[in-house]
Design a protein around this ligand. Structure first.
Ligand SMILES: [Mn+2]
Length: 319
């Protein structure tokens, strides 16, 4: 038995012995974070008879409003933060700061398990089922399900498929065949990919119009290799999710290797999303206090828009 299977065995032992379970992903959940949490909770409920309490901090984008079992996750302020769960499972979080307001639940839990595909040196789990070669946290959930011989119903299959589709940018970011093999199995089990993509076409009109406008006013640097787009404080409230459409659109331009989206969340708080079509950029995100994957990373910097913009331009000088 390899190390991963041993860890998964322990995972099942912990789940079997827990009378109360809390599950959470990262703040401002994306498709992988939200759907991996819901899929694992559903698998535990169906197979072990305990209904985990799922919680999140921040906002869930409107594009994910129609995912199956969406109502099974609650905003953390609607959960009693003083209760101690036997088991807390933290998923897809990357860095403890991203746990956000649900952190007291982790600190009070009898035991903490984490399931993640981010590089993370600062783990919170006593049991870490982590694999940074996995294209999505849902890939690890799938393996847990298979190792445990758990039954997969259509809720689980659709949630896992949604998580994989969103986190791989519809398979653009896969680094091995695992996610594709899993997707093949999910499709054979009845998942309709087109329906899932259609289900996410649910953004408010203002959000899409803002994304289009933002892409239209992007600036270009370093012989057109870096595209930089900015969303001001006034527009930020209309953004749905991370502005993936802007990043994708600018990434279609000939000669653009790197795309940065600066989002003025507050007057001195700038969210950044960085994408690369060339060299890894996760170190640039780390230099700004964030992290992520080689070709898709981000950060939140507490500084003015002008200063963050200048720092980003400086960091990309060498790229
Ligand atoms: Mn993920």
């Amino acid at each position: 038995m390899d190390i991963m299977e041993k860890k998964i065995e322990e995972f099942f032992e912990r789940v079997r012995n827990a009378k109360s379970i809390a599950i959470m992903g990262h703040k401002n959940p994306d498709g992988d974070s939200l759907c991996s949490v819901l899929a694992l909770a559903h698998l535990i409920e169906e197979n072990f008879g305990v209904r985990p309490v799922c919680m999140y901090d921040g906002n869930i984008p409107d594009s994910l409003d129609n995912v199956p079992l969406r109502t099974h996750i609650k905003y953390f302020e609607r959960v009693d933060m003083t209760q101690s769960f036997d088991l807390a499972i933290v998923m897809d979080y990357g860095n403890p700061v991203h746990i956000g307001g649900a952190r007291p639940v982790v600190d009070r839990a009898g035991f903490v398990i984490e399931i993640d595909h981010h590089k993370n040196e600062n783990t919170v789990g006593a049991l870490c089922i982590n694999d940074d070669t996995a294209a999505a946290t849902a890939v690890i959930v799938y393996h847990i399900m298979r190792v445990g011989g758990l039954a997969m119903d259509s809720y689980t299959a659709n949630l896992l498929a949604l998580a994989i589709l969103t986190d791989t940018g519809n398979f653009k970011f896969v680094r091995n065949g695992d996610a594709l093999r899993i997707m093949a199995d999910l499709v054979d089990s009845g998942v309709n990919v087109r329906n899932l993509i259609e289900l996410m076409n649910n953004k408010p009109r203002k959000a899409v119009q803002l994304e289009a406008r933002t892409a239209a006013t992007a600036e270009f640097f370093y012989h057109g290799r870096l595209a930089l787009a900015t969303i001001s404080k006034k527009d930020y409230k209309h953004l749905d999710g991370r502005g993936e459409t802007v990043l994708n659109l600018l990434g279609q331009i000939q000669g653009v290797d790197y795309i940065v989206l600066l989002k003025e969340q507050k007057p001195e708080q700038i969210g950044l999303s960085i994408r690369s079509r060339k060299k890894p950029i996760d170190q640039i995100a780390v230099a700004l206090g964030g992290g992520g994957h080689e070709r898709a990373a981000g950060a939140v910097v507490r500084d003015t828009l002008e200063n963050v913009r200048a720092r980003v331009l400086e960091l990309f000088k060498e790229a």
